[in-house]
Design a protein around this ligand. Structure first.
Ligand code: PMP
Length: 290
């Protein structure tokens, strides 16, 4: 049958799924989005993703014509229609078509797009062996200018950091705040394990408040692991016992090398492997069924 893509309440074949070149999402990155996963016909953390989407939209004064309940139904509807058991869902709301000026008032109707597909960020071997990452000079957007908690369509800050990593032969970049504290990677949050505590930077520093991040903190808390949101430095990363990244697409991926410094034993750590196992269990049991 081929993939069907939802645009403003209608479904289109992949090659016919188009938006206007006057859409301010295209012209200016004026819009917001979410990446969501489904596992064995359960949409993982759908409510959390929809809540974050509406918060991002609220932050940029973008009103969405659907209620949250209607939006959740539309996501589930697209998954059902495409008969996908396991999917990566890209939910996008743009300012809509306007003229060539910035003025968002010219955009009368926000566009809602739902793409249900699959995603594979890293090969399976990296989940077993661990990832090597590099710190990059481009700082994460300063929250006073464009808060990284808004998941906007403008990802150039992250793309520039990604280019720096690729130029240095690495797949992922660790970004810092303008003050030099650890922020996050280009599409993932970062965690370290130190002296049996799980530590991740606080959202107020200017990072995306990841939904996988929250799940991992919840799992660790239930297991009696001390969980801390703490400002950390590059040195804290280098001297961590374990390190891993979290994100909807990447899930949990161990990090074994940062700037050529070996982290811990140089192999995915015990606590990380355990969290990966527990996270896998959660994705199989927790979710909106379709
Ligand atoms: N940080 C950034 C910049 C991201 O783009 C993402 C992925 N959306 C994350 C962190 C991880 O967030 P989540 O776990 O909600 O996917």
């Amino acid at each position: 049958m081929g993939l069907k893509i939802y645009i403003n309440g209608e479904y289109f074949k992949k090659h016919q799924a188009k938006v206007s070149v006057f859409d301010h999402g295209f012209l200016y990155g004026d819009g917001v989005f979410e990446g969501i996963r489904s596992y064995d016909r359960l949409v993982f953390k759908l409510k959390e993703h929809i809540d974050r989407l509406y918060e991002s939209a609220h932050g940029i004064m973008l009103s969405i014509s659907l209620t949250k309940e209607e939006m959740a139904k539309a996501v589930v509807g697209a998954l059902k229609l495409n008969n996908l058991d396991n999917a990566y869902i890209r939910l996008i709301v743009t300012r809509g078509a306007g003229d060539l000026g910035l003025d968002p008032r010219k955009c009368k109707n926000a566009s809602i797009v739902i793409i249900t597909d699959s995603i594979k960020l890293y090969p399976e071997s990296l989940y077993k062996e661990g990832l090597s990452i590099i710190t990059v000079p481009t700082p994460r957007n300063i929250p006073e200018a464009l808060n990284p908690q808004i998941k906007s369509l403008n990802y150039l800050n992250n793309i520039l950091a990604k280019i720096e990593a690729i130029n240095s032969g690495c797949e992922e970049a660790l970004m810092f705040t303008a003050q030099g504290y650890v922020a996050e990677c280009t599409g993932d949050n970062i965690f370290i394990i130190k002296d049996n505590s799980l530590i991740t930077p606080p959202a107020y520093l200017g990072i995306l408040k990841g939904i996988t991040r929250a799940s991992v903190m919840g799992i660790a808390g239930k297991q009696g692991i001390t969980v801390k949101e703490e400002v950390i430095t590059r040195h804290n990363i280098y001297t961590a016992d374990e390190c891993f990244l979290t994100g909807t697409a990447a899930e949990i991926i161990p990090v074994i090398r940062v700037d050529k410094r070996i982290i811990g034993t140089g192999k995915p750590g015990k606590a990380t492997l355990n969290l990966m196992k527990e996270f896998r269990k959660l994705t199989k049991t927790d979710g909106v069924k379709y």
